[in-house]
Structure formats: structure tokens, C-alpha cells
Design a protein around this ligand. Structure first.
Ligand SMILES: O=C(CO)[C@H](O)[C@H](O)COP(=O)(O)O
Length: 241
């Protein structure tokens, strides 16, 4: 039986595929919501849709193979039309925490190379302030203890990620430190502070990278987007300054 959570992921993934146009070069995100997107995209490809994608993880590359979605890489193309990805938290300014699945580095590179970055989530991911979800920070293994100490000094408690009792290693051969800050009130500043530390490869704050988020509840898919003119954001009937 499909759970409500899975159903919400399927619904938003299905809607997101409508944003894909023939001939597009795509960035293909990671995570369980993206699994449903890849499956749906594969069906459209089967029906004749012509696209290529760059995967953000080995897992997504496996799904692409499974669903016959053609892949490319950055040696072939350096500009993508559209990147699609899930997120762990989305705030009302469309800032994100990503990296729950450990793919944040490639996800950020891919999103940064796309003309548009579309985020797909269910409503449980929408928050007033980022930070309930521990922020994943990718660090080099060499001297990670020193890097961890520096990160802790920014005001968090952290744990090195493990998987089934083993140290978790990213597709890039690095570690992930999951950092529990209280509320992240200034994500832009925290992003800069983290990136200034030696040993930090990337962190899961995606700042000003997306202009559109699709959000599913059991009845519909809503669009939260940046209203550049008025400097406001709309989510359903709510407007935020
Ligand atoms: O950032 C990610 C992986 O690094 C995912 O997009 C994020 O964790 C959301 O995953 P899911 O769709 O499984 O909730």
C-alpha cells in the first residue's frame, strides 16, 4: 500500500514533469521524491520526449539507466535548461536546506549551472525558519576533526553521519557533518561563514538559487514563487513580505 507521504511525492513529481520541454538539458536531483520524477520522466521519454540529463548522484544515474533516461555530463554541456530537485526544508524566502541524502555538492553544482532550478516538495517541508532539519555540511576527511571544531564554534552541535554503523562517505569521497543549529535566522550569512572555513567543501544551504517551488498536499500542487516586482512571496493564499 502506498503511504500518504509517498503519494505526496508522486503527485508533485508528476506535476514537475510538465515543466520539462522537448530538447531540454536537465539537472536531475537526488532523493526519494526524485525517484518518482525519474520514473515519470522515463515514461515521457518512452513516449518520444527528447531530453538529456546530468545526474546529481550515483543513485540517480542508476535510476536513469533503469528508466531509460539519456544522460550527459559537463564535458558535453556546461549550461542546463532546468534542474529539478527535492529539498529537506524550504523557508518563505525560498531558501533551502538540502543534503539529507548526502548529494548536496553535486546538487549545488548542477543547480548553479541551470537557467532555472525547480524544487519539488510536499507541504511538510515548508518552514518559517530553516534549522529544524540538521544542516548537512560536506567536509574533506583529512583533518575533519579540526573542521568540525571550527563549525561547532559557529553555534551548533554536530555529528559525523553514519550509515548502518559505518562512516558515511559521499559520492565525492568526503564526510557529512549534520549540524544542529537552533533557528537559522540569517541563512545567507551562515552560508558565507561555513564556506570560509578550511576543510568545508560545501554546505546544504541553497541561497537565492530557486525561484519556483512546487508543493503538494493531498488535494493539489501549489506553486510558491518569487514575485520579483513586489519583493514578496506567495504560498497558496498566504503572502509573505
Ligand atoms: O537533498 C537531497 C539529497 O541530498 C534531497 O533532495 C532531500 O534530502 C530530499 O529528499 P526526499 O525527496 O527523499 O525527501
Amino acid at each position: 500500500m502506498v503511504s500518504n507521504a509517498e503519494q505526496l511525492k508522486q503527485i508533485v513529481a508528476k506535476e514537475a514533469v510538465n515543466y520539462v520541454k522537448d530538447g531540454m538539458k536537465l539537472g536531475l536531483g537526488s532523493g526519494s521524491t526524485m525517484y518518482f520524477f525519474m520514473k515519470e520522466l522515463g515514461e515521457r521519454v518512452q513516449d518520444g520526449l527528447n531530453v538529456v540529463g546530468i545526474p546529481t548522484s550515483n543513485k540517480t544515474a542508476e535510476w536513469a539507466k533503469e528508466f531509460n533516461v539519456p544522460l550527459t555530463d559537463f564535458s558535453e554541456t556546461q549550461e542546463l535548461d532546468l534542474a529539478i530537485d527535492g529539498a529537506d526544508e524550504v523557508d518563505l524566502n525560498l531558501q533551502l536546506i538540502k543534503g539529507g541524502g548526502g548529494a548536496l555538492l553535486r546538487e549545488k553544482v548542477v543547480a548553479a549551472s541551470a537557467k532555472e532550478f525547480l524544487v519539488i516538495v510536499d507541504e511538510s517541508k515548508i518552514v518559517d525558519h530553516l534549522g529544524t532539519f540538521p544542516l548537512p555540511v560536506e567536509v574533506v576527511p583529512f583533518g575533519w576533526e579540526v573542521t568540525a571544531k571550527e563549525i561547532t564554534a559557529l553555534g551548533c552541535e554536530l555529528e559525523r553521519r553514519t550509515d548502518n554503523g559505518q562512516v558515511y562517505v559521499t559520492d565525492n569521497g568526503n564526510y557529512i557533518l549534520d549540524c544542529k543549529f537552533d533557528k537559522i535566522l540569517d541563512p545567507e550569512k551562515l552560508n558565507k561563514d561555513l564556506q570560509s572555513l578550511v576543510g568545508v567543501v560545501e554546505n546544504g544551504l541553497f541561497i537565492n538559487m530557486t525561484s519556483k517551488v512546487l508543493i503538494s498536499d493531498l488535494e493539489q500542487v501549489k506553486v510558491m514563487e518569487k514575485e520579483e516586482v513586489r519583493g514578496q512571496f506567495n504560498y497558496g493564499s498566504r503572502t509573505f513580505n
